[in-house]
Design a protein around this ligand. Structure first.
Ligand code: NAP
Length: 319
């Protein structure tokens, strides 16, 4: 089997941007875009779960997340990327060429050999896993205040979680919302002291302690939450038109355990200012290595960096 120049694992903004760049550099990239296993697990990454995207440059009137991803995919194909609607099931990064399996991970024969790998497998927001959660995503339910806060001007919004992310989202949302209610399952926050103080001193934020959301209410868009107070064991309804889930993120890095360096929270480690991992010829871009910015445009930017890093690495190999 002739080794490929580049295999890109993942097809969100980072993976597809890496595909566009490596395809235009004539490297004939192969993109393992994943395969749909549920509505919340589809090729295209987290933007497939959003409706309007208004902060991606170039679209003054906004664009739907799935439409943006479909356009990026078409653009990658136009320059010669091969898209495979399959998931990598195993990788071997211990010797070159690197080996990637699709399908049965126990097979003795890898599916693809490749000189470089660009990892763009992204991250996913932890969810409450309640009924109709996927239906409401982008219709009142969100996992990103920076992306969607703007849509909730002068409305009452709930934020779920008690960590730094929840406090950050709640504080950000007070710029738009008439009121923000933080719903936390305990009576003490996990967030750092400084974030707690900021949230407590903001008069637009109130707290529902010892409380969990049990049901999303509404027809096609969210109109409220059914909340249980765990101490009193009482149910109540909170009338909100927006709900932001901020209970943490998980990077999709299980394929790389024991092969690539990770931070304690599971995100891949890349060399500062580049997309290089500690394994030569293996690059990581997008949310899988970014626990800080997590934006489509920053993911796309790092996808471009990974493509250029891979191209230069291949050039150096040839010489
Ligand atoms: P986190 O610290 O793990 O907090 C998650 C919060 O969600 C916790 O309060 C947890 O409750 C709650 N939670 C988890 N699962 C839940 C569930 N199923 N139902 C209801 N509540 C649930 O996550 P994070 O806030 O995303 O922060 C991750 C890391 O990034 C942290 O180290 C944090 O300091 C850092 N960070 C820093 C900043 C900043 O400094 N500006 C901003 C964002 C994130 P319990 O408390 O009961 O466990």
């Amino acid at each position: 089997m002739k080794a490929k120049n580049v295999v890109i694992i993942g097809a969100g903004p980072a993976g597809l941007t890496a595909a566009i760049y490596t395809a235009r550099a004539n490297l004939q990239p192969v993109v393992l875009e994943g395969e749909p296993s549920s509505t919340s697990d589809q090729p295209g990454g987290q933007l497939m779960l959003t409706t309007d995207v208004e902060n991606y440059p170039g679209f003054p009137n906004g664009i739907m997340g799935p439409e943006l991803m479909a356009s990026c995919r078409d653009q990658a194909i136009r320059f010669g990327s091969t898209m495979k609607t399959e998931k990598a099931s195993r990788v071997d990064l211990t010797s070159r060429p690197y080996k990637i399996w699709v399908g049965d991970p126990t097979s003795t024969t890898p599916t693809i050999d490749t000189h470089t790998v660009i990892i763009a497998t992204g991250a996913r927001s932890l969810m409450l896993n309640l009924e109709r959660e996927n239906d409401f995503l982008g219709r009142g339910l969100s996992t990103c205040a920076t992306c969607d806060g703007f849509f909730f001007r002068n409305q009452h919004i709930a934020v779920i979680g008690g960590g730094d992310s929840a406090m950050e989202e709640a504080l950000f949302l007070t710029r738009f919302a008439s009121k923000v209610t933080v719903i936390h399952r305990r009576n003490r926050l996990r967030a750092s002291k400084i974030m707690q103080e900021r949230a407590f001193s903001n008069s637009s934020i109130d707290f529902l302690w010892d409380s969990v959301v049990e049901e999303y209410l509404g027809e096609s868009t969210l109109s409220g939450l059914q909340v249980r107070n765990l101490v009193k064991d009482e149910l109540s309804t909170l009338d909100v038109s927006g709900c932001f889930i901020a209970i943490g993120h998980l990077p999709n890095t299980s394929l790389f355990i024991d092969q690539l360096e990770m931070k304690p929270n599971g995100y891949l480690i890349t060399e500062e200012g580049s997309t290089k991992t500690a394994v030569e010829g293996v690059f990581a871009c997008g949310d899988v290595q970014d626990d800080k910015y997590r934006q489509a445009v920053t993911a796309a930017g790092s996808g471009c960096m990974a493509a250029i890093d891979a191209e230069r690495y291949l050039e150096a190999l040839e010489h």
